[in-house]
Design a protein around this ligand. Structure first.
Ligand code: DC
Length: 651
């Protein structure tokens, strides 16, 4: 089963168009569950049957089949194609009643799950109870809304019959949705609400796309580095990933496994795959390509072929080129070991391979590697072939030693702990744990670090902080555990600052609350006022991990924090807020000049980043003032918010 995206929301909010478009863009399948309910209704009307038992019988004779290609979704009842006929008014009038029958829902649930299980890469599923009943583990759940007026306008544009009172019909469907007992329209608690009232279709799609990207649900592109042994593939990979891993140089004749590394260039993340020795066996005329390289060619999105430019292209290189061509994938020719101008002019012979322009680099010294990476990034497909994440929210549990991190983990998990491997293909240790609590599964990052005792030799602090840092990098939200029974320390504050600087969502757990008495409580309030002022936005949850007291408070706090972390404020709303703000409190005059603020935009999410454009310098205090008011207006509990001022000459 691939990635499941569940989209729900009231009629007319744009579910179908959005779901189909997202599925097309990602190369995934699409399932319109409403069409299934409509098809059953159509069948019931055809046979003039009412009772659910009769309908189920009819369904056995004429099973429903949904073709889930988002370009052309089609639905069949038995042999009959009913894609159009299920849109008629008699079906629309009766579908609510039929779809409220528990037996029918049960039957369709099976069909829906089969279709979802079959989708290998991913599927976008729209409909009522997807996020709660059909696919409660969906990697991304969207609740798409819009106000009644804009839904009316959209629906009116879709249908020809001007006689129909669209508004009244939507209104009555809203009512049915909100009162029906079997499948009321409810927003799953871990769903993201997208209000499309002020968004057009492409903006809505972009918003979903942004969430998919942020949560690593789109497979990263894979670039396979291929070439004979000793042409410098590993050095090149070290150059790409910007660190010196212990990669053993190729040993001719020895086939190594394909190793993958994540790398980032120009804001795009991708996987580089080291293919090890590319084995050429000159037994007579045949040259066998190593199995590893063969598989790499199959699995990759882009093939990068490395040749030692000082040696030039050998006969076997040319034979390898033929293999590469057959793969019919973007192919990049790299001439390595080109350390200067003179070597570069010598290396021009590589043009003769007929693979287009060679990119000349010195993997060892870095020459040309920036241009090469620019080019590789241009060739990357939007969605790659690497496995995507599982969609479980990633939590870093951090804090100084002895505050009770492990006890908290135990209190949350009970016995439901399972160790999981990290992202397939990377070289990290299997140290994450999947833990279920509060109705969701959470991925706790690097829990192995928690088990280490804190009584190690000097230098431990440094390594602990490195470990915290790297857990934070991979996490979406941090749970910072403090010991409420002891004074807040410097080290506690350092951990909190790390979260802020990493731009992650945060929940602060005040643990050992069972040891907090009246006096300590007064003291703690003072410490919070004094030290936690700068992270006032973070929710604090008082917990006693030892007894399990209040452990159920954590999940809602995490959800709120993540929700804020990924929130996007529509540009129109943002600017009407800003306009009012500036009107009431203009930026301070400086050196006799009053700076003007033009407009603001939200440049990104996770965490929310805002850019305010002005014609001159704006003081930091005013920037903080904007941030504070933004929070008051739009919430953002649990997440850092970044506000940048950009000075721009009006054109
Ligand atoms: O999205 P639509 O209008 O085609 O849906 C048709 C009806 O089916 C709608 O009134 C609600 C119902 N339905 C449902 O009960 N459960 C689903 N998963 C999808 C649709």
């Amino acid at each position: 089963m691939g990635v499941v995206v569940a989209i729900d929301g009231p009629s007319g909010a744009g579910k179908s168009s959005t779901s189909k478009a997202v599925a097309i863009r990602a190369g995934w399948n699409y399932l319109d569950t409403g069409a299934l309910y409509r098809a059953v209704t159509w069948l019931a009307l055809e046979h003039k049957i009412e009772a659910s038992a009769q309908i189920l019988l009819a369904l056995q004779k004429s099973p429903i089949r949904f073709e889930s290609d988002p370009h052309n979704p089609q639905i069949f009842v038995g042999e009959e194609q009913v894609t159009q006929s299920i849109r008629g008014s008699s079906v629309t009038e009766n579908v609510s009643r039929i779809s409220a029958m528990p037996e029918i829902r049960h039957e369709l649930l099976k069909i829906q799950r089969e279709i979802i299980d079959k989708a290998e890469k991913g599927i976008v599923v729209e409909g009522r109870d997807i996020a709660t009943v059909v696919a409660p583990d969906a990697a991304l759940k969207i609740f798409l809304t819009a106000d009644l007026d804009s839904r009316t306008v959209r629906r009116e544009g879709e249908i020809d019959d001007k006689e129909i009172d669209v508004r009244a019909s939507l209104d009555s469907r809203d009512l049915i949705d909100s009162t029906r007992e079997i499948s009321p329209l409810v927003m799953a608690r871990d769903a993201v609400e997208i209000d499309s009232t002020y968004l057009d279709l492409s903006e809505t799609i972009d918003r979903v796309w942004e969430l998919l990207r942020e949560r690593s649900l789109l497979g990263l592109p894979i670039v396979a580095i291929l070439g004979r042994p000793n042409v410098g593939k590993s050095t090149l990979i070290n150059r790409f990933i910007g660190r010196r891993e212990a990669i053993v140089e190729d040993i001719p004749g020895v086939t190594r496994d394909r190793v993958q590394y994540e790398c980032e260039w120009g804001g795009r993340r991708f996987i580089v795959m080291d293919t090890g020795g590319w084995e050429a066996k000159p037994d007579g005329i045949s040259i066998a390509v190593s199995a590893g390289a063969e598989v790499a060619m199959e699995e990759a999105d882009v093939l990068a072929f490395v040749v030692d430019a000082q040696v030039g292209a050998l006969d076997e290189d040319e034979i390898l080129v033929q293999h590469l061509r057959k793969a019919k994938k973007p192919l990049i020719l790299i001439g390595n070991k080109v350390d200067g101008e003179r070597e570069e002019s010598d290396a021009h012979g590589l043009w003769s391979l007929g693979l287009g322009e060679p990119y000349f680099v010195s993997a060892l010294h870095g020459r040309g590697s920036g241009d090469l990476l620019d080019h590789i990034v241009k060739e990357l497909p939007e969605v790659g072939r690497a496995g995507s994440a599982d969609g479980f929210r990633r939590v870093a549990l951090i804090g100084r030693p002895n505050v009770g991190k492990s006890s908290l983990l135990n209190a949350l998990a009970g016995t439901q702990r399972s160790l999981v491997d990290d992202v397939a293909g990377t070289t990290r240790d299997p140290v994450d744990e999947l833990i279920e609590f509060g109705g969701s599964t959470w991925r706790f990052i690097d829990t192995a670090g928690l088990k280490k005792r804190a009584n190690q030799a000097s230098g431990t602090d440094y390594y602990a902080s490195l470990r915290t840092q790297s857990a934070l990098e991979r996490a979406e939200v941090a749970v910072v555990v403090l010991d409420a029974s002891e004074p807040i320390t410097e080290q506690d504050l350092r951990v909190i600052t790390m979260v802020e600087e990493a731009g992650k969502a945060m929940v602060i757990v005040m643990n050992k609350w069972d040891l907090v008495d009246e006096d300590r409580r007064d003291q703690l309030d003072k410490e919070i006022d004094r030290h936690l002022d700068q992270v006032e936005w973070a929710q604090r949850v008082n917990v006693a991990a030892k007894t399990g007291w209040h452990r159920d408070r954590l999940a809602p706090a995490l959800r709120t924090a993540l929700d804020s972390w990924e929130r996007r404020v529509p540009t129109a709303k943002l600017n009407s807020f800003l306009g009012a703000l500036i009107g009431a409190t203009p930026p301070p005059v400086r050196a006799g000049k009053a700076p003007k603020i033009y407009y603001a935009t939200q440049a990104g999410i996770a965490p929310p980043k805002f850019v305010v454009f002005s014609n001159g310098w704006i003081e930091a205090s005013y920037r903080r003032f904007i941030e504070r008011r933004l929070r008051e207006e739009f919430g953002f509990a649990g997440t850092p918010v970044q506000v940048a001022i950009r000075v721009k000459e009006r054109d």
